[in-house]
Design a protein around this ligand. Sequence first.
Ligand code: NAD
Length: 385
Amino acid sequence: MAKVLCVLYPDPTSGFPPTYARDSVPVIENYPNGQLLPTPEGIDFVPGEMLGSVSGELGLRKFLEAAGHTLVVTSDKEGPDSVFERELPDADIVISQPFWPAYLTPDRLAKAEKLKLAITAGIGSDHVDLASAIDRGLTVAEVTYSNSIGVAEHTVMQVLALVRDYIPQYKIVVEGGWNIADAVKRSYDLEGMDVGVFAAGRIGRAVLERLAPFGVRLHYTDRYRLPAELEESLGLTFHEDIESLVKEIDVLTVHAPLTNETEGLLSDELLSTMRRGSYIVNPARGAIANRDAIVRTLESGRLAGYAGDVWFPQPAPADHPWRSMPNHGMTPHTSGTSLQSQARYAAGTREILESWFAGRDIRPEYLIVEGGGYAGTGAHSYETR
Ligand code: NAD
């Protein structure tokens, strides 16, 4: 019987929701590329309810305990006295989320002697030291596609919020003001701008598709080129690398995984080559950007705005400079954890666990690392050259 250690973000400060804003959530049939939604044998939760915080337990307790397994759920993840570190040495399986990552560093992995499987309830497994996981022969899996469209929607929202300068206008209303000139002095239309996507995987492609009707010129770069028909129908300009991309655009959105190739990529040097007054929206990973370079470039005015929902580390400390830098539209890490996304990644986590306990193969699209190497989605997206 297995011990499953699950780290989730804390419950709402006002208590676990007794009611929800809507009575139901829409049902979707499959993902845009035809991939099947999660297919667990059953679920013990109501889609649309809070599953991603501690009391939601991803809806896993009944299923795991009925099969004789032990489930420990906590949000206490930092430092040697944390529940996570205390429970880790005899855990067989760790479940964590990018929103509230239980960092599985080489040190922690060395202490986790029984660990065999690390599941990301969401997408993006960079909080696991993948090189150590490969050395140890661990399996790392994530719920691919579970929240990709939500992240794409959040990206489009933040692009519009930055370019139109929505947040200060909202503040003026809340504070009882009505100075129109104040409200529009940094407000532009997106129409006619050049928008560039760095990494056109599931999220980046969905962003391109969603922005096409806005009358913008679309550009992208990725290690793999999109199908020619799609490039043609969306009017995409392909660039060989991010350096050539950023010179020709007004808005950059970032959708690559965090790897040793992408860490720190948004540096002073790269940012200095962008058009003055450009915008960046990065919902991929905070560490793809050099923290202080972003602050400097906003302060100098070269960047007109920066948004996204990913920080390093997470949770971001109260004095993280991105909380107070000018012209930002940051959110906490929320784009991938809407109530619908929670239902999908909870069901996908259960599907992965069911496969694991039954000795069946985990779907290749969920795999990041397996059998001492990158596998499935991991081989496509994380393996560096
Ligand atoms: P994906 O695997 O479908 O796409 C990733 C793309 O990045 C691939 O097309 C790959 O070829 C490309 N890529 C990788 N390294 C590159 C490099 N060095 N240069 C150019 N292209 C490169 O993944 P996805 O579902 O689109 O997610 C992308 C990332 O977004 C995840 O890895 C994760 O970090 C992040 N994410 C964030 C949230 C959130 O809540 N904010 C949610 C989901 C995913």
